[in-house]
Design a protein around this ligand. Sequence first.
Ligand SMILES: [Zn+2]
Ligand SMILES: [Zn+2]
Length: 271
Amino acid sequence: MPSYLADYHTHTHLSGDSKSQLLENLNAACQAGIPELCMTEHWNLLNQRGERLPTHYDFDAVLNQWAALKDDWAHRVEVRVGIELGNSTVDTAAVQACLNFPELDFVIGSLHSVSLDLGGIGIFTYAKSCTDPQRANAVLEDYIRQMEELVEVGTFDVLGHIIYPLRYFSPDFHLTLDPWQDRLDEILRRVIHSGKGIELNTTQGTTVRQWLPLLTRYRELGGEILTLGSDAHRPQFIGAGFQEAAQMLQHLGYRYVCTYRQRKPQFHSIR
Ligand SMILES: [Zn+2]
Ligand SMILES: [Zn+2]
């Protein structure tokens, strides 16, 4: 039997930056042999310009989309309700008050923006106009500090795309997270200690190898709770890079990948 490689980071048109329909994602999952996907729409507390966004999220549209398809698809692709929270530490209390309902299986904690101290603008936007490696490193420092704050309050099940800023800065800067390794180790220890996890986010299949140092370290520190996510914003990227990711995880000594039910990890062997 093949490994159970569920896609736990997917977007539909309910995220502002995707046009996908859930039905298209389910068809794509079926074709790619993905047995389960979790809808993780964006709920960002800051936009790319650094403006604050609502601290309340109305899950009705997500739940309606899910309810309309889940039963028909149950024997082909299981579909679950999640959310990708962006910069939730802007208002942790308000966010937590919205997450208390039984259909919610999974929460990704992401940081898409620099802190309000640095203006709150999107890391993507910041990186595009950044011509100075020193400023890039200041963003990384700020990013690590925000992640420390996030693991402190714990408003997530897995930390989203930890290597996110490295996606967008110029490759000429040769940025790595190495200068923050000690603090990153402590972040990973806290994640492990609190029974939470991290995700291997393939960025639509393009960044699997970039995860090698971080996943090596997470395993060395005893990390086991890990989800796989394509971050597909288009149907054709559902499950992208998962075979390569599974091979890498096996090579590093991981025995499981996780799905979630009502915020609790479920372990599936990687074979
Ligand atoms: Zn994200
Ligand atoms: Zn995402």
